[in-house]
Ligand binder design. Structure first.
Ligand code: FES
Ligand code: FES
Length: 150
């Protein structure tokens, strides 16, 4: 049993400390918005915030996450009104949608640390998250919109 702080709540997960955090989020806590893509730190579908930093949850164990503030897409805002979520809607970013919660979480962390990133900074940061549908131009536009409106 490991105690975690997820989306502002203290929760207990029935996992061994070496279980990947992604497994605990999806299987124990039923927070299915965080996606399994590769399980190897190569795609970004599993991106969450750990103490505000965009982090691959497939590459962190629940033991290492204990004591940190974990935020998933479900906790980014109460009602989908985070400026990044609104910009994603305005720019109609998703295609199949599979990668998008990870993209939004990375974009939100970027803007929290750098509220006015230039285009190259956006491209560099977002290069950690892959999109098989090639929505990259809309992702960039949405982040620029969020930076303007934030
Ligand atoms: S599932 Fe974690 S990086 Fe791909
Ligand atoms: S929207 Fe389909 S993988 Fe990104």
């Amino acid at each position: 049993m490991v105690t975690l702080n997820v989306n502002g709540r203290t929760v207990e997960v029935d996992s061994s400390p070496d279980t990947p955090l992604l497994w605990a989020l999806r299987d124990d806590l039923k927070l299915k918005g965080t996606r399994y893509g590769c399980g190897a730190g190569m795609c970004g579908a599993c991106t969450v915030h750990i103490d505000g930093q965009a982090t691959f949850s497939c590459q962190m164990t629940v033991g290492d996450a204990e004591g940190s503030e974990i935020t998933t897409i479900e906790g980014l805002s109460a009602d989908g009104t985070h400026v990044v979520q609104q910009a994603w809607i305005a720019e109609q970013v998703p295609q199949c949608g599979y990668c998008q919660s990870g993209q939004i979480m990375r974009a939100a962390a970027l803007l929290a640390h750098n509220p006015q990133p230039n285009r190259q900074e956006i491209v560099d940061e977002m290069s950690a998250n892959l999109c098989r549908c090639g929505t990259y131009p809309r992702i960039i536009r949405a982040i620029e919109r969020a930076a303007q409106e934030g």
